[in-house]
Design a protein around this ligand. Sequence first.
Ligand code: 8X3
Length: 251
Amino acid sequence: MSKIALITGASSGIGYATAKAFASNGIDLILCGRNRQQLKTITQELGTLVKVTTLFFDVRNNEEVTQNISSLSAEWKEIDILVNCAGNAHGLSSIENGDITDWDMMIDANVKGLLYVSRVIMPLMVERKRGHIVNISSVAGKYTYQNGAVYCASKKAVEAISEGMRLDLTQHGIKVTNIAPGAVETNFSVVRFKGDEERAKKVYEGFEPIKPEDVADAIFYAVNAPKNVTIADMVLYAGTQAAPTIIYRDN
Ligand code: 8X3
């Protein structure tokens, strides 16, 4: 019997790479996101490998989240794996110069959105006494860096939520994995810098960043660990990265 995975933020970056890795390994997919066109294209692409269904919602809107996930058929509700990938950084600024809209975006998506989605799916897993939740945190959840306080706080919250979920869910036969990637080249920095592609490009210059596929490999490894092993926490740095802001670059 094939497994079912629900992935948020599936239309690009780590979410999309994870969807591809799962599809290549026969895992059916519920792809969630806001970008209808991109999700449709991905659904067509991966639909040749596995069964794929798509839900369009914004994780920040609890009503949309609940309605969409509740609308799944009983068959699709048998979710084995939840990958909470939706989230982003908005702005890079000191708190005294911070933009409240940026703060809301980060806290609402990275923290509250992850909770909203999990709140609907966790009872389904508890009922079946099986499941695996993978939360995509960040090295920003391990160390705070200058001008990143709110993003880092949102990822520290993800770390706490992952721990809390493990405390709540292990007794029900559900595993929880927290994955904290460092410098992954996606549209992350373009979003952080509000579309400034030049500035975003510089973040990944002079070294080899992590690829979304590398994170997908880590996720796939975690969800395939044998029954007697829980991968609780994984930290991924780029090969020449020692900490969030310490990256050795070519001159
Ligand atoms: C992304 C990694 O170091 O830019 O979460 O915060 S970092």
